[in-house]
Design a protein around this ligand. Structure first.
Ligand SMILES: Cc1cc2nc3c(=O)[nH]c(=O)nc-3n(C[C@H](O)[C@H](O)[C@H](O)COP(=O)(O)OP(=O)(O)OC[C@H]3O[C@@H](n4cnc5c(N)ncnc54)[C@H](O)[C@@H]3O)c2cc1C
Length: 417
């Protein structure tokens, strides 16, 4: 691997031992780093994958132990310190301070601190029976209450809210979803596909209340009712709040780094301090192809940006970033999106929209800019090549299920690099 003359730090402390942190540590070793790596996490579980927490773990189809990354940390010579917080980073002294009071040498620090569930800030939010879904413990606590017939109120129709609602319905619960915005899943799917996804919930009996905020929760030893605008009250046995996350920026902020909207990093995952990097849900970074800035909460981002940080720390050539990609599973449907989904794009559908087995390509000026696919993941990888290769496409060919999308991508790839 090509490397620059940046001196390699003698030690790296990775703060936050989950997907981003675990991947940074592993990537450093894969890239040949021989210095000391300490991976410190506040949770008690070794790095694990969260996506199943709102899906298979919640439904009981998977157990938490199955989510743990299959990595032997000792074998990689990574000191894994669990159940411990980092309280302060001191880049000027090349140290970090743990909650135990211990100070550790840190030639470089990588902040992989993720985020915590945003709170609504309304009365009664502390009541028993009100849940968030971020950790294994959260998912297990909710799972124990999702019994058939339970009246479940989901606050927030984002991906996690939609997944929890689908899982709860699968378990026989009666589900109501409140969304403050007029359109569900608007931020990630836009006005066409957001409502399309939630249609499946209502078709199966969920109540969807758009443009409706929650004013307070009422109850005794636990939540009993949810009060919405106009004073209406809805009975609730269980409430799930899924209204996004607050990026965990406090360590960066304490070190004087920019944190508005997430820890600010450049395309090298570097902050303004040469000894401090940041990766994953906690970061605000340049968008794909340097378009604007963005904070991505996705599995793909945590993994890719982690490898970028490892390369940057070692002064190696940065790996290329792929087209942003995300998936979700709701009911028996697998949903995948890549690129950008602008409502003003031309939309070319391939497959059976009514049968919920199709890909919708968002096309502008003959170029595919994004894809929304439901139960048609096989199209998505090829679509990502079309997007990244700036391939001019023929809409008819794109719509034809007999067209091999990989072949469409080929000529331009050859000419584009
Ligand atoms: C329920 C759920 C379902 C999801 N489903 C999908 C999906 O289907 N598809 C998809 O692409 N993505 C999904 N995601 C998103 C994906 O899981 C996240 O983007 C990914 O986990 C981000 O990894 P991270 O390491 O940046 O942050 P996190 O996973 O949040 O990890 C951060 C870790 O840092 C620790 N930490 C924070 N501060 C400190 C400190 N001071 N000291 C020590 N440790 C600290 C935290 O305890 C935490 O363990 C889902 C997320 C959730 C919660």
């Amino acid at each position: 691997m090509a490397s620059t003359n940046i001196p390699t730090p003698p030690s790296v402390v990775v703060v936050g031992a989950n997907l981003a942190g675990g991947t940074v540590a592993r990537s450093l070793r894969t890239r040949g780093y021989e210095g000391h790596i300490t991976l410190i996490g506040a949770e008690e579980t070794p790095p694990y994958e969260r996506p199943a927490l709102s899906k298979q773990v919640l439904s009981g189809a998977q157990e938490p132990g199955e989510l743990v990354l299959p990595v032997d940390w000792a074998d990689l010579s990574v000191d894994l310190v669990l159940g411990t917080r980092v309280d302060e980073i001191r880049p000027a002294e090349s140290t970090v301070v743990l909650s135990t009071g211990t100070q550790l040498a840190a030639g470089a620090v990588v902040l992989c601190t993720g985020g915590r569930g945003r709170r609504l800030g309304v009365e009664g939010e502390h009541l028993e029976g009100i849940h968030a879904v971020r950790t294994i413990e959260d998912s297990l606590a909710l799972r124990s209450e999702l019994v058939a017939g339970a009246r479940v109120v989901v606050v927030g129709a984002g991906f996690i809210g939609a997944e929890v609602a689908a899982t709860a319905m699968g378990l026989g619960c009666e589900v109501t979803v409140f969304e403050h915005a007029p359109i569900p899943l608007a931020r990630s799917l836009g006005p066409v596909w957001g409502p399309f996804v939630l249609q499946e919930h209502t078709r199966r009996g969920a109540h969807l209340r758009l443009g409706t905020g929650v004013h307070r929760f009422l109850g005794d030893d636990r939540v009993r009712e949810v009060e919405i605008g106009g004073g209406d009250r809805i009975p609730a046995d269980v409430v799930v709040v899924g209204v996004g996350i607050e990026p965990a920026t406090e360590l960066a902020e304490g070190a004087g780094l920019a944190v508005a909207g997430g820890i600010h990093v450049d395309r090298r995952a570097a902050t303004a301090n040469p000894g401090v990097f940041a990766v994953g849900d906690a970061t605000l970074q340049p968008g794909w192809r340097n378009r604007g800035v963005t904070r991505l909460e996705s599995f793909q981002n945590a993994q890719e940006q982690a490898d970028v940080a490892a390369a940057a720390i070692l002064g190696q050539e940065l790996p290329a970033r792929d087209v942003p990609w995300f998936w979700s599973d709701q009911f028996e449907h697998n949903i995948q999106i890549a690129g950008t989904l602008d409502a003003s794009d031309d939309i070319v559908v391939r497959g059976d929209r009514d049968g919920r087995e199709f890909s919708a390509f968002h096309v502008r000026d003959g170029l595919v800019r994004g894809v929304f696919a439901i139960n048609r993941g096989r199209d998505v990888r090829a679509a990502m090549r079309l997007i990244s290769g700036d391939v001019v496409v023929d809409s008819e060919a794109l719509a034809d299920p007999d067209t091999d999308l990989r072949r469409l991508a080929r000529p331009a790839r050859a000419g584009s690099s």
